[in-house]
Design a protein around this ligand. Structure first.
Ligand code: ZN
Ligand code: ZN
Length: 589
C-alpha cells in the first residue's frame, strides 16, 4: 500500500513494484548472504562435503526440525495434518571477498585503504595499530604481503547479542564483525567501515563450538591469504590481487576463552601468564584469586622481601613471559576434541583422546586448552604477536565494581566479607582483620561508615555532566539506601576517569586514596587515543606498584581475574596500539 501511494505521489520515480522486485535490485549489488544449515547441537555444518547429509555425523541429530501444520482446507475425514521441513539451525554467512572488493570500488575509500602506509608518523607515538610492534613484526615476517598497502588487515570481533532484549527472552545470537585497520583512525572503528561476516544462530551460545561456524570465513581467509582475488582499485583504475589477513580478535573475556580455546575458569586462567600464572583457590570464598604482582617488580625491589605486608612469602620469581604462537601450538599438540553439545559434557566438547595426559593435574594442557583454535589453520596465526585482545572496557567495569561495592560494603558484591576474612586467617596474614570466635570482625581501612558513604555517594549524585557524556548518574545513585545500581560500562568508564578520584578524597585513608587515584589515572592514560612507548613503560612501573599497594590492604578475594589482567594492558598496548582500536565499545554499540 505504501509503495502504491509513493508511486502515485512520485510518478517519475522508478520504485520497485514489490518487496521481491526490490530484493532483485539489491541482489545485483553483491550483497547476498548464504544460509548454511547447522546441526542443532553445534557439531557440524551441512556444508561443502557434508552439504547433502540429512543427519549430523557426530550426534546423529536430524538436520530438520519437523513442524506439523494443520492444513486449512477440510477433507472428508476432517482436517489433514501435513509435515513441512524447516532447517533446525541456520548460519547466515555474508561472503567476505565481494565485501572487501567493494571497499575499492569508490576512489575515495580506495585511497583511505592505503592510509596506514601513505600517511607519515613523525612523532613516533602510537596513534594507530600500524604503529604497534605486532603490525611491524607482521610486516617484517611477510614483506610480500606488506609491500602492497591495499592488502587488507582485519580485526575479528564477536559478542553475544539478544535481538529480543526488550522482550526479556533468553535468546542470543553471535554476530561476527570484521574491522578493516587499513583505514585512518577516524574511520577504522566506525559503524560504516565494519563488515558483518556472519550471524551465528541462538538460542544458546555456541561457546567453544564457535569454530564450527567460523569454517566458511576461515576458508575464505585462507584463499585471501594464499592467492588473493582480482580487485579493481577505483583510485588508480587498475586491478590488483587483493589479499587479507586477520590481525587479532576482539571479545570480552569469556569470548576470548571461546575463540582461543584457553579455559578461563581454572586457577591458571590468565591467558597472558599461561601456565606460569599465580592463581590460587580460596578455601572459604570458593573463588580463584590472582595476587602475586610483586613478581612484576624489579628483582632488587624491597617489597619482594616483605613477608608481613604481603602474602607471608618472599617473592623470587621473575615476571612471566608472553607466549609465542609456536609455543601455544606445541601445547596444543595433545588436545583433540569433538565439537557439539550432545555428548554428555555441556559447553566443552568431549575429549576423545587424552594421550596419557594426567587428568588430575589441573594445569595439564588437555585441561587448560579446550581446543586448537580454528584460527591456527591460517598459516600466519602462529606468528601473530597479539592474537586475542584483552578487553579494557570489561576489565575497567569489573575493577570499578570490585572497588565501589567493596567501599559501600554491598551485601552481595563486596569482596570483603566473612569468607574473605576467614581466608586471611587461612593464609596466616593480617591477623588484626581475622574474625573472632563469634565470627565478628572489625571494619577494614577501605570500608566506609555511613556518614562517609553519604559523602561519597552525594559527590557522585550531584555531579553535573554535559548531555550525552554519561547516563544520568543521579538516577543510578541512591543516597538514602546507600546503593548504586544500573550503571552502564561507559558510566563506569566516566566515573573511573573523572570522578572516582575526587569522590574518594577525604573519605578514605591516604594510603587507600592514593592507590585508587593511581588506578583511575592508569585507566585514563591507557585508554587514550594516542600513546607513547616511553610513557607506557612508566605507566607499567606505576601500575605494578599500585597493584602491590592494593595487595597490602585489600583481601585476596578482591583480586579477581579482571583485576589481575590490568597488569598486562600496557604490554598489549605496545603491541597492538591504542586501546580504542581493540576494545568492545564499538562492537557493543
Ligand atoms: Zn550434531
Ligand atoms: Zn597474567
Amino acid at each position: 500500500m505504501v509503495l502504491d501511494l509513493l508511486k502515485e505521489a512520485f510518478t517519475q520515480a522508478r520504485l520497485p513494484g514489490s518487496f521481491n522486485d526490490m530484493k532483485k535490485v539489491v541482489r545485483k549489488l553483491g550483497l547476498t548472504s548464504e544460509s548454511i544449515h547447522a546441526c542443532p547441537n553445534d557439531c557440524m555444518l551441512f556444508w561443502e562435503a557434508n552439504a547433502e547429509r540429512e543427519i549430523c555425523k557426530v550426534c546423529k541429530a536430524s538436520r530438520w526440525k519437523e513442524t506439523t501444520s494443520v492444513k486449512s482446507t477440510r477433507t472428508e475425514t476432517g482436517s489433514e495434518k501435513i509435515k513441512s521441513k524447516a532447517p533446525a539451525k541456520v548460519l547466515r554467512y555474508f561472503p567476505l571477498k565481494p565485501r572487501l572488493q567493494r571497499l575499492f570500488m569508490s576512489s575515495k575509500t580506495a585511497t583511505h585503504m592505503k592510509w596506514h602506509a601513505t600517511s607519515s608518523n613523525n612523532d613516533g607515538k602510537l596513534q594507530h595499530p600500524r604503529d604497534g610492534k605486532a603490525w611491524k613484526a607482521f610486516d617484517q615476517k611477510y614483506p610480500e604481503f606488506a609491500s602492497d598497502p591495499r592488502n587488507v588487515r582485519l580485526g575479528l570481533a564477536t559478542d553475544g547479542f539478544n535481538p529480543f532484549g526488550t522482550m526479556s527472552v533468553n535468546y542470543s545470537i553471535w554476530p561476527v564483525i570484521l574491522f578493516p585497520y587499513n583505514f585512518p583512525p577516524w574511520m577504522a572503528m566506525k559503524k560504516t567501515s565494519t563488515t558483518l561476516s556472519m550471524v551465528i544462530p541462538g538460542k544458546h551460545m555456541s561457546g567453544n563450538d564457535i569454530d564450527v561456524y567460523l569454517q566458511p570465513l576461515i576458508k575464505e581467509l585462507k584463499e585471501l591469504w594464499s592467492v588473493g582475488i582480482k580487485t579493481l582499485d577505483a583510485s588508480t583504475k587498475q586491478t590488483f590481487d587483493m589479499r587479507a589477513a586477520i590481525m587479532w580478535t576482539i571479545s570480552d573475556f569469556p569470548g576470548l576463552g571461546n575463540l582461543s580455546g584457553w579455559n578461563t575458569y581454572t586457577t591458571a586462567t590468565c591467558p597472558s601468564c599461561n601456565f606460569d600464572g599465580s592463581g590460587e583457590r580460596l578455601r572459604h570464598g570458593k573463588k580463584n584469586c590472582f595476587m602475586g604482582h610483586r613478581r612484576f617488580l624489579p628483582q632488587d625491589h624491597g617489597y619482594r622481601q616483605d613477608k608481613i605486608n604481603f602474602d607471608g612469602k618472599i617473592e623470587t620469581r621473575s615476571s612471566p613471559t608472553t607466549l609465542s604462537g609456536s609455543t601455544v601450538i606445541h601445547q596444543l599438540e595433545k588436545v583433540n576434541i569433538t565439537f557439539g553439545k550432545n555428548h554428555g559434557v555441556v559447553g566443552v566438547g568431549k575429549k576423545r583422546d587424552r594421550s596419557g595426559a594426567s587428568v588430575s593435574d589441573s594445569t595439564s594442557s588437555t585441561q587448560q586448552w579446550k581446543k586448537k583454535s580454528i584460527l591456527f589453520e591460517l598459516s600466519y596465526w602462529e606468528f601473530v604477536m597479539i592474537r586475542h585482545n584483552l578487553d579494557v572496557m570489561h576489565i575497567e567495569k569489573n575493577v570499578f565494581d570490585n572497588l565501589v561495592y567493596t567501599f559501600l560494603d554491598d551485601k552481595k558484591k563486596s569482596k570483603d566479607n566473612l569468607s574473605a576474612r576467614k581466608d586471611l586467617r587461612e593464609l596466616g596474614i593480617r591477623s588484626d582483620l581475622w574474625p573472632d570466635d563469634n565470627e565478628k570482625y572489625k571494619a577494614a581501612c577501605f570500608t566506609l561508615d555511613n556518614d562517609r558513604k553519604d559523602i561519597f555517594l552525594s559527590v557522585l549524585k550531584n555531579v553535573k555532566l554535559t548531555d550525552g557524556y554519561a547516563s544520568n548518574l543521579s538516577t543510578c545513585v541512591d543516597v538514602k539506601s546507600r546503593k548504586i545500581s544500573g550503571l552502564k560500562s561507559h558510566d563506569c568508564h566516566v566515573i573511573m576517569r573523572d570522578l572516582l578520584s575526587i569522590a574518594v578524597k577525604n573519605v578514605l585513608p591516604t594510603h587507600v586514596t592514593s592507590a585508587i587515584v593511581e588506578l583511575c589515572y592508569f585507566f585514563r592514560d591507557i585508554s587514550a587515543r594516542v600513546l607513547d612507548n616511553d610513557e607506557l613503560d612508566k605507566l607499567q612501573d606505576r601500575i605494578v606498584l599500585t597493584l602491590c599497594h592494593m595487595e597490602m590492604f585489600f583481601p585476596p578475594s578482591f583480586f579477581t581475574m579482571m583485576v589481575h589482567l590490568v597488569v598486562h594492558l600496557t604490554e598489549e598496548a605496545k603491541l597492538g596500539g591504542p586501546v580504542p582500536f581493540r576494545w568492545m565499545y564499538p562492537i557493543e554499540r
